[in-house]
Design a protein around this ligand. Structure first.
Ligand SMILES: [Cu+2]
Length: 120
């Protein structure tokens, strides 16, 4: 996740590897934020819009969230996070159940960390 410049919102990116049947991400929560929702970004001309996705389908294989595309939007943060912190996210999938992960906080311009977490 990139260190946010305000407490109003932060964008988080991750890689989900699904070795099973297509699944659906039904909800996400974090102790850091009032709400976490998947968004996709759409560019029409010079207009950039973020559109909430209520049920994000996770196909078999690798799903990459990335700047300019699908991301998780955390809103109403309850504390300041800076580079080096980590943020807990709990993701609930309709088939795979609940997974809790730790997302490292980096600054814009830092290279994204290599995914190493394989929660069970
Ligand atoms: Cu967004």
């Amino acid at each position: 996740m990139y260190a946010p410049t305000s407490l109003s919102e932060a964008a988080a990116y991750l890689v989900i590897e699904n070795t099973n049947r297509p699944d659906t991400l039904v909800s996400i929560s974090s102790p850091l934020a009032t709400a976490v929702r998947p968004h996709r970004q759409e560019t029409t001309g010079s207009m950039v819009q973020m559109i909430p996705i209520s049920h994000l389908v996770i196909p078999r294989g690798v799903t990459q969230f990335a700047p300019g595309g699908t991301h998780l939007m955390l809103t109403d943060l309850n504390r300041v996070v800076v580079r080096g912190d980590s943020v807990t996210l709990t993701l609930s999938f309709s088939l795979a159940g609940t997974r809790t992960i730790q997302l490292p906080v980096i600054d814009y311009g830092d290279s994204p960390p290599v995914a190493t977490e394989h929660p069970r």
